[in-house]
Ligand binder design. Structure first.
Ligand code: HSE
Length: 336
């Protein structure tokens, strides 16, 4: 995104509120490349002009949301410091890139549970990017919005990765390749697909994504790379063509991240086995975990069997969890 010499005009008090859905990243073999927006939870971010052309571009942040996350765990309050807050980082980056010197206020309404592998920070980042884009009339292209939203991932992951933000910005299934230029492809998967998500109540480390990235191998054997490439291509093809018959042949098997991370999810193997036994086509870690996601083409009865089996899998190792059945969600949008 290049700097914009002309500071876009927006009146003091002007405000935009954007909504962005949660997402599941990786989907097995697509580490850092695949994302899927899900209609289970969403965040809303309002951005308003607090003062015009103050010259300092001050950002103040408030946040609201459940004190306890949906899985019953304590939900930490979001940091008010813009440099440690996902939405704040996105807004700061956008203001700076476009020479905007207004003071702004950001109000975040969290709906996506944090630290559970559902792209919580990305949902706030995507909503912040879309709200700023609209408020300042920037007219950014999807790849520019994704790049801006990716800046927010620094707050939670320590590094920029774009899979969750691309899904939350664009909606549906996305493939993203970072770099210059960023390459992005996205589409809505078959409406017959349902995604059963089990969200365990376990204590996750602070900066969980950074910790989960720290356990990944620095080098990958050629065979593992080849198998992930084949599976990733097959999964993308299945989702793009709607050929659901390809699901169920293990095309979400991941030889790289899952083996390195599964020890961080108590009962993962049992949950996976139970879900497959109940009729799930594919089962994988959602993002960096600890949530687990299954794909099914089955009727509501099958979906219930799968979620019950996933719950039982976690319960068998003494871990309570909640489950949700969801569909692909649309992209981030202005709601007022
Ligand atoms: N692709 C990222 C990871 C998603 O697996 O680390 C986490 O948000």
């Amino acid at each position: 995104m290049g700097a914009n010499a002309r500071a876009p005009r927006a009146a003091r008090g002007a405000r935009r509120r954007a909504r962005a859905y949660c997402s599941s990243a990786n989907l097995g073999p697509g580490f850092d490349a695949f994302g899927l927006a899900l209609d289970a939870f969403y965040d809303e971010v309002s951005v308003s002009i607090a003062g015009r052309n103050s010259g300092s571009g001050r950002i103040s942040i408030t946040s609201t949301g459940p004190r306890r996350g949906p899985a019953g765990r304590a939900a930490p309050l979001l940091p008010a410091d813009p440099d440690s807050n996902t939405a704040g980082l996105v807004a700061r980056h956008m203001l700076k890139s476009h020479d905007i010197t207004d003071d702004i206020t950001i109000a975040i309404k969290k709906g996506v549970p944090t630290g559970l592998g559902l792209g919580s920070s990305a949902a706030s980042a995507a909503a912040a990017a879309v709200a700023c884009d609209s408020l300042f009339g920037l007219g950014l292209a999807p790849a520019e919005l994704v790049a801006a939203a990716g800046e927010g991932e620094r707050a939670s992951a320590g590094t920029v990765h774009y899979d969750n933000v691309a899904a939350s910005v664009m909606g549906g299934f996305v493939v993203v390749r970072p770099g210059s230029p960023m390459a992005l492809a996205g589409f809505r998967p078959s409406p017959r697909l349902r995604f059963c998500v089990a969200i365990p109540t376990i204590k996750v480390p602070d900066k969980k994504t950074a910790v989960s990235r720290g356990v990944l191998p620095k080098k990958v054997p050629l065979g593992d790379s080849a198998s992930n490439t084949a599976n990733a291509a097959l999964l993308a093809a299945a989702l793009a063509t709607g050929d659901n018959s390809m699901l169920g042949s293990g095309i979400t098997a991941d030889a790289i991240a899952e083996p390195a991370r599964k020890h961080m999810i108590p009962g993962f193997e049992r949950v996976k086995e139970a879900a497959l036994g109940a009729g799930a086509k594919e089962v994988m870690i959602s993002g960096a975990g600890p949530s687990v996601i299954s794909i099914t083409t089955g009727a509501p009865k099958t979906q219930q069997k799968i979620t019950a089996a996933m719950s039982a899998g976690f319960r068998s190792v003494g871990v309570p969890c909640r489950t949700v059945v969801c569909r692909p969600a649309g992209g981030a949008r202005i709601v007022s």
